[in-house]
Each structure stands twice: as C-alpha cells, then as structure tokens.
Write a protein that binds this ligand. Structure first.
Ligand code: ADP
Length: 291
C-alpha cells in the first residue's frame, strides 16, 4: 500500500507511521528523519537544510525532492511505503504525482490526522526521541517502557532520549504557522482526488492506531449478523446465490388495470376467508360414512 500521513507537527504522524510500518512490513519514509540524518552526517545537503530546519521553515523543495526520489528508488519501497512529512506544500504534491506516475506506483490513500492546536503544543513539548533507534516517545502521552522492554533494539541498552532542537517554543509556533499556510491546502488537493480519509488523532495511542487501520480498510467493522455468511456459504458462495434466487418470491408486479377496475379486498370477502374451515376438515366433512 502507498500511503501519505498528513497532519500538523505533533499530530502523531511519525509515531503512527512507525507502528503501521511494523505491521504492514513497508518502510516509513520521513523527510524530517532523512534531513536530520543529512544534518548529522554534515553532508552538503545537510548543511543547506539546517538553517531552515532550525528556524521552523520548510527546506527547499528541490533538496527534499532529491531525497525522496532516491529513497523511493530503493528496493524496500517497491512493495509500498508510508510517507511522513512529505509532501508539505502543493508544489511538492505535484512533483510527487509526476514521480509516482514515472514509477507506475499510484497512491492508495492519504490519511489526515486531526488534532486540536492546544494539544499539538502540549504533545511537542513532551516529545523525546531515542538517539540510537530513532523511536519517538512522549513523556506525557507515550512514555518509554520500563523494565525488560525498555532496551533500545539497536544497542541493547536503555533508550538514549533527547529533545529535538526544533521542538522549542519559538520554532514550534513557526512550524504550526507554516503548516496552516502551506500544508493544510493539501487536504483539499487530495480530497478532490477522492483518496483523502480523516481520523480523530486525539486520545489513546492504541485507539488512534486502530482508527488509522480502520481508515485504511484493515479492520472494517463486521457486517450486521443477517448479512454474515454461514461457513457453507463461505465455501460455495455461488451456490448460495443460486438457491437464494430459487427461493426468492417474485416481486409483485404493478397492476396495469386502471385503479377503478382493480379488485378490492372488501370486508365481506376477507371475513369469508376467515370463516372457511381448514382444508383437511372440509375433506372429512364431505366423506360419506362407511356402511
Ligand atoms: P514535524 O512534522 O514535527 O514538524 P518533521 O520531522 O517532519 O517534524 O520535520 C522537521 C523539519 O524538517 C521541518 O520543520 C522542516 O524544516 C523540515 N522538513 C521536513 N519535511 C519537509 C518537507 N517535505 N519539505 C520541506 N521541509 C521539510
């Protein structure tokens, strides 16, 4: 499946993308992570991106597009992917269209994660990531596990938590402003394509994961009991259809007679029908006594 997760900073795109990636066995492709890795490596691209990231602005489209083009060409993205943090403006969305058309890999769904702005700020202030495995935690809503489950899968030691440098108050408010101005218009862009789904991304982490799965069709609610198939019908659905057709009553046809000539059920006729003895009883009454 090829999916975009769309949402404001702090809406939980990264966390939900990580969970979805594990469950579906497809990679999470986060432009934020790719850019942070480039900054950490000190590559030319990283150096060019750093100033914009620190200020909460968008990094130049051409740089981000180069990263995405390279990443989508990797083997593990052939079976599907989850885009997290990309596209972030209309120009990136159009470029993605062109790229995916070249790769003959159209999008299946865009899921918008809806969270109220007060909650976004609260979440961002509690966000921490592991410096080694990159897992995202939240001291307020999704703290790292304790005990045996607490170890980092990369190092086998406890997670080394750090706060992203752009999660400070000034940068956060700029990122939220940029989201409203540049990224929000993508909601209408994908809605017009008929592939947009929106979920309430507030509340329990697991509940949001379930809503996301349902929005993607993995957990469609069970059909009402009368529509559920019996085991036999499941084995041979064609037979069920044929026998159902055989037993179906023909639909009453609309009368072609003018209404004034139609036979009406008079009270007398209905009463006569009620009084008539049952069939068996009538027969025995007619039978002559044997001599
Ligand atoms: P968040 O969604 O919480 O803002 P990200 O990790 O997605 O965090 O992004 C961090 C920063 O990386 C952004 O503020 C921006 O500077 C840069 N960035 C990430 N993705 C893009 C993108 N698609 N286009 C431009 N800049 C991006």
């Amino acid at each position: 499946m090829r999916i975009i997760l769309l949402g404001a900073p702090g809406s939980g795109k990264g966390t939900q993308a990580q969970r979805l990636a594990e469950r579906r066995g497809i990679p999470q492709i986060s432009t934020g992570d790719l850019l942070r890795a480039a900054v950490a490596r000190g590559s030319e691209l990283g150096r060019a991106a750093k100033a914009a990231m620190d200020a909460g602005r968008l990094v130049d489209d051409s740089l981000v597009l180069g990263l995405i083009r390279e990443r989508l060409a990797e083997d593990d993205a052939r079976g599907g992917f989850i885009l997290d943090g990309f596209p972030r403006n209309l120009s990136q969305a159009r470029s993605l269209d062109t790229l995916l058309a070249e790769l003959a890999q159209p999008l299946d769904a865009v899921v918008q994660l809806e969270v109220a702005s007060a909650e976004l700020v609260r979440r961002i202030s509690g966000r921490r990531s592991c410096a080694d495995c990159g897992r995202v935690f939240n001291l307020l809503t999704a703290p790292p596990p304790t005990g045996a489950a607490a170890v980092c899968p990369k190092t086998g030691a406890p997670h080394r938590l750090f706060q992203r440098p752009d999660d400070n108050e000034a940068t956060v408010s700029e990122r939220l402003r940029v989201y409203e101005e540049q990224t929000r218009p993508l909601i209408d862009f994908y809605r017009a394509r008929g592939i947009l789904r929106s979920i309430d991304a507030q509340g329990e982490l697991d509940a949001v994961t379930q809503r996301l799965a349902a929005a993607l069709g993995a957990q469609t609610p069970p059909p009402p009991a009368r529509m559920r198939k019996t085991p036999a019908a499941r084995r041979a659905p064609h037979r069920r259809k044929a026998s159902a057709a055989r037993h179906r009553r023909p639909k009453a046809r609309a009368s072609t007679r003018p209404p004034e000539h139609r036979r009406k059920k008079t009270p007398i006729r209905a009463a006569r029908k009620k009084r008539a003895p049952p069939r068996g009883a009538r027969k025995s009454a007619r039978r002559r006594p044997r001599r």
